[in-house]
Design a protein around this ligand. Sequence first.
Ligand code: FAD
Length: 459
Amino acid sequence: MDFTVDAEFQKKLDWMKDFVENKVRPLEFIYDYDKDAAYDIENKPLRKVIKRLQQEVKDNGMWAAHLPEHLGGSGCGAVKLTYMNEMFGTSAFGPVVFGCQGPDTGNSEILAMFGTEEQKAQYLQPLLDGDIFSTFAMTEPQGGSDPTNLRCVAVRDGDDWVITGDKWFASNANHASFMIVMAATDPTAPPHSRATMFIVPTDAPGFEIVRNIGFWTDSPNSGGHPWIRFNGVRVPDSARLGPVGEGFKVAQSRLGGGRLHHAQRTIGLVKHLIDMMAERAVSRMSGGEPIGNKQAVQAMIAESYIEYMQFRLLVLYTAWMFDQQQEHGREGRKMISAIKAAMAKIAQDVTIRAVHLHGSHGLSNIMHFGEYLAVALHEGAADGVTELHLGAVAKQVLRDYNPREGSNLPSETTFLKKAWAEKQLKPILDELGLTFDDGRADIEKNLPVEKYNLKPVSA
Ligand SMILES: Cc1cc2nc3c(=O)[nH]c(=O)nc-3n(C[C@H](O)[C@H](O)[C@H](O)COP(=O)(O)OP(=O)(O)OC[C@H]3O[C@@H](n4cnc5c(N)ncnc54)[C@H](O)[C@@H]3O)c2cc1C
């Protein structure tokens, strides 16, 4: 495993660091960390500024780095993408300026994989060019964690499909040109064959935004995660993305990349919080010394740093697996769930420590911790709740183990292991003409098989 980058790419990263810090991040402050602002297609002056910045990214060969070159990206691979995405830790504008914002990243991947030539020309190309935004609508108001229970249905009517039902937290639907919608097409089929994907333009008759929804930090009816409704929206069969009944397969193929990208950005969020904590620790005085001299504060900074380094390596390892095309295998799926669960925990823990270290500043509305905390907490919910990902990791780990047969004593029980150990070492002792006859090495020569209801341990 090699996480280093070549000198040429390092130069690009150096350019990017300066560009993000000095030209992209200022937009966050102008727009008060409003995550929705980056997607606001009605804000013409802002769109012009973004277009101008996007051109600089394209000129530097870093546009849409998550996609291979034949799909219009710069195709740098997942490890290198980690070093890029981690620069967007606190930035909603960063991914938009670099053409790698969710949910468009995942949508472009499934359009490339499952789309017809017409669908690619109509939707994928303008998406790749950064001219439009899109939405992925799977979650429903009655529950998101169990997508086998979809109530939004698509019913076949001649050459058309008629879609009826609600979706929830459909990110960017208020700015999108089209949505990829997962609807139940056969509620009686086995759970994972019930749904199909459709591409629905947002100007389709019968499509409605019930209301806009955001984080706590957004004012009412703003945000970027609307509750949407399909009132008998009619689309032709040519709007179907992938085969009938294979909506889950299509959805699964986009989720892995999206989770990795989130984890990569979380590295940056955590690093930014550690930088803020460190500045505070060496600047804020208490009892005649910087608070960074206090052991309790040092522990907060050290624990955050250690967790950050562990998490960064975990994400780099997972990215390396993507580069080996192993993300759809068992180990790949396990690692994607592992980073998904880990990112929520580290983001939440470090954000809370950073708020605490900043005292009243931390809780005030002259800092942006509210937005950071919302982002950190959302990581435990969006793209599958933490409980589901922990369950997925445990399931994959446990698949490598068999139940112990023949005894209800753990296989590491000392007196069982000692008998086994003696057997293992006997050939060497025989060769050397020795015995372990020193008292410490005594073993229970004749295991009381009947008493313990045991089978003797085999070598
Ligand atoms: C900022 C943001 C953006 C989003 N963007 C999109 C988007 O673009 N498109 C989209 O389709 N969806 C989107 N979502 C929705 C997201 O996918 C759902 O929030 C998520 O799937 C969880 O569903 P839920 O919110 O209905 O929570 P619920 O399913 O109601 O879960 C609530 C809680 O119940 C418990 N729980 C539920 N099921 C289990 C289980 N099986 N085992 C153990 N505990 C369980 C957990 O504690 C969980 O946190 C977004 C969400 C957020 C917050």
